[in-house]
Design a protein around this ligand. Structure first.
Ligand code: TXA
Ligand code: MG
Length: 338
């Protein structure tokens, strides 16, 4: 059966959720926690509020939003022709970091879908997010709560850094337990295609549905802007390599910050962020963006990140690191969708 929001222990609405609901009902945008990253949320039925999301983020209007639901019943109000396998996946992974793309219901504004007739949907696994959706009783459209192209936020502090003056409410739900965006999939002739690698590993997906393919994106035909080359990027220049300490030692006179996987790569000559001392990929994913935020605020000349093993969440981590290293992008309405 569909998982639903758990009411808090007192059986009443959490005070901070009540406030967030009040502003959403007024047609405002509020920042919400999820298990992946923080989002900038608005009611899917308030076009003005939806437009505000794009303004606040400085996001191109043709880059569609993910809709967040708290029960499977809502899915049938926003999507049509949902394939059977999607229900199996929902049963297994919702609430959780899996976003699925369906044909949209007529009632869904094309502001949400970037003018397309498809809609991206997920059920987030965070008690405050679920409680909020239940309280306002409408699905919430929410992209990540960062200016377009920059590092995603995994704490309320990160959101504050970006948008303190632009938001009435930042609902603080602690640091995100997953730390990397949801995995986005679509369905094509009974096949499952991954459009964006994310917090649900390919291995986990395949354990339920068998082999899936990952859509290789080219600069000309990315299907989701999240797949565009430059994204998730710090302001500080960044490079990615197998041996950051060796690379750094060749760059004399530069003020360098290193982001490495585990405690095997330690060296007292540099400032280092170890993403998981014990070498655990889930822990590394959880800590990735926080390390990037921290180092980006320190005024280094250069950040050097270590390439991760291409297995499990290591693939999603590498995907984000590669994009964080890109310095420019070619981003127009014509090259977004095939
Ligand atoms: O974990 C997440 O997914 C977070 C949290 C807040 O839920 N949200 C998030 O949203 O990462 P955003 O907007 O940063 O990324 C959403 C991605 C974009 O790359 C967008 O292009 C893609 O989803 N997308 C949305 N609707 C789509 C559609 N109909 N077809 C293809 N891609 C779509
Ligand atoms: Mg984003």
């Amino acid at each position: 059966s569909a998982p639903t929001a758990t009411p808090n222990k007192r059986g009443s609405i959490t005070k901070s959720v009540k406030k967030a609901a009040f502003y959403l009902n007024k047609g405002e945008v509020v920042a919400i926690p999820t298990e992946t990253v923080y989002g900038l949320a608005a009611s899917i039925y308030n076009e003005n509020a939806l437009k505000k999301i794009f303004e606040i983020k400085d996001r191109p209007y043709f880059n569609p939003l993910i809709v967040h639901i708290d029960s499977l019943q809502s899915l049938n109000k926003i999507a049509i022709n949902v394939p059977e396998v999607a229900y199996r996946l929902a049963d297994k992974f919702w609430p959780g970091p899996l976003t699925m793309i369906f044909e949209k219901n007529k009632s869904i504004s094309t502001i949400i879908t970037g003018g397309k007739n498809t809609i991206a949907v997920r059920m987030p696994n965070h008690p405050l997010a679920l409680e909020l959706i239940k309280t306002v009783d409408v699905p919430l459209a929410a992209p990540s709560a960062n200016p377009f192209g920059s590092i995603s936020p995994t704490s309320a502090k990160h959101v504050e850094k970006y948008f303190k003056n632009k938001l009435d409410v930042i609902l603080d739900g602690g640091s995100c337990s997953k730390g990397i965006e949801s995995t986005i999939i679509g369905f094509k002739n009974n096949e499952i295609v991954i459009y964006r690698l994310g917090s649900l590993s390919i291995e986990m997906l395949e354990s339920v549905v068998g082999p899936v393919s990952v859509r290789k994106h080219t600069q000309k035909t990315p299907i989701a802007p999240g797949m565009l080359d430059k994204h998730y990027a710090p302001k500080t220049p960044m490079i990615l390599c197998d041996n950051p300490i060796k690379t750094a030692s060749n760059l004399i006179g530069k003020n360098i910050g290193l982001i490495v996987f585990d405690k095997k790569t330690l060296c007292t000559d540099y400032q280092i962020e170890v993403l998981s001392p014990s070498g655990d990929l889930e822990e590394a994913a959880k800590n990735l963006y926080a390390a990037m935020h921290k180092f980006d605020d320190k005024g280094f000349d250069l950040l050097i990140a270590q390439k991760f093993p291409e297995v499990g969440l290591g693939k999603a981590i590498n995907d984000r690191l590669i994009r964080a290293c890109k310095r420019d992008t070619n981003f127009t309405p014509n090259n977004i969708f095939i």
